[in-house]
Design a binder for this molecule. Structure first.
Ligand code: PEP
Ligand code: MN
Length: 340
């Protein structure tokens, strides 16, 4: 397929999408008109009977043919390389995701205090890391576990990051948290447990903030990229994907790091792909090997949890590196020659 044809097809996709949106809007208006007529006691006329035809048209225009994988009909997906071949690069305050350099996202599982976050952030920045992670609204398995500091946590994060000059990532769990989060956080993280929270995907899709989308606990790659598609479809193309391990029968690790997800996601989509080595493994002793594997497989970067005092951490105590352990890990990764 030559470039001109590719361009035309992609332009037509754009027109299709606009048409669909208009058709959807029209269908909603028709419903309102019907309701309004009912309430005013006006008899229904035939004139809006074409609604059904339009709905059918909308249903068939962009839908994936039954029995086919989205990847097979890739041209239709906005996340797909068939739609856009060049890599998406996300620029935030001088840091690039998906560009020619690797990126490391590091920080504690949960923001616990100003002291804790500042200590970690200062050490990370000194090591050359520019992206700070930390949860304030935590999706905990048990309701009795620490749920996060909420808005106070984000206030601390903004203060610390502004002071040191770092980009921030934190998880949002509901559409209602978006406005608040936007005041404090640079990148919205959608956690594994919310990968298919479609209202949340639609809502972040309507913002202009970059989104880090985690792979669901048991999500196939197909489901993962379709979740990302929701965000792009709703208007936000600043999306990065992160493999964070999937559930298998294996018990020696918290999850199973699906390393094959990295080249497949890079091949199928144009989005930056990261690997969260901490949640994928749930342990500290194999982090360096997993980080090297991620980079060798083509990941654009990694995420790793670092805490000032992991033994006393209020969440994920077992998997967080302390500062010394992080230094050793970081040196090992830099010395490997894989990180650039
Ligand atoms: C996290 O990164 O803090 C987290 C909860 O991870 P996940 O959603 O991948 O379990
Ligand atoms: Mn964690």
């Amino acid at each position: 397929m030559n470039e001109k044809l590719q361009q035309l097809l992609s332009q037509m996709d754009g027109v299709n999408r606009q048409l669909l949106q208009l058709l959807g809007e029209r269908a909603r208006m028709v419903n309102e008109i019907v309701e309004e007529k009912k309430s005013q006691g006006i008899a229904e006329e035939e004139s809006i009977g074409d609604q059904q035809i339009l709905i059918e048209l909308a249903k068939h225009s962009l839908a994936i043919p039954q029995g086919k994988k989205a990847a097979e009909t890739g041209r239709k997906l906005l996340v797909s390389r068939h739609h856009k071949n060049e890599d998406t690069i996300i620029h935030i305050k001088g840091t690039e995701f998906g560009g020619s350099s690797h990126v490391t996202v590091a920080g504690p599982c949960s923001i616990e205090s100003r002291d804790q976050l500042l200590t970690v952030a200062v050490a990370l920045k000194k090591a050359g890391i520019t992206v700070l992670r930390g949860g304030a609204f935590k999706p905990r398995t048990s309701p009795y576990d620490f749920q996060g500091l909420g808005e106070d946590g984000w206030k601390i994060m903004k203060e610390v990051a502004d002071e040191i000059g770092m980009v921030t990532i934190s998880e949002i769990m509901t559409p209602s948290q978006i406005d608040m989060a936007a005041r404090y956080i640079d990148i919205f993280q959608i956690g594994a447990r919310n990968m298919q929270n479609f209202d949340l995907l639609k809502a972040v899709g309507q913002t202009k903030k970059p989104v880090l989308l985690k792979r669901g606990l048991s999500a196939t790659l197909e489901e993962f990229i379709l979740a990302a598609e929701y965000i792009l479809y709703n208007g936000n193309d600043q999306v990065m994907l992160i493999e964070r391990g999937i559930r298998t029968f294996e018990k020696w690790t918290r999850n199973t790091l699906d390393i094959s997800a990295v080249p497949l996601l890079k091949q199928e989509t144009h989005l930056p792909v990261l690997v969260d080595i901490s949640h994928a493994t749930g342990r500290k002793d194999i982090l360096l090997a997993c980080a090297k594997a991620a980079l060798a497989a083509g990941a654009d970067g990694i995420m790793v949890e670092v805490h000032s005092n992991p033994e006393a951490a209020l969440s994920d105590a077992k998997q967080q590196l302390n500062m010394d352990e992080f230094s050793t890990f970081w040196k090992g990764l830099r010395d490997s020659g894989l990180y650039h």
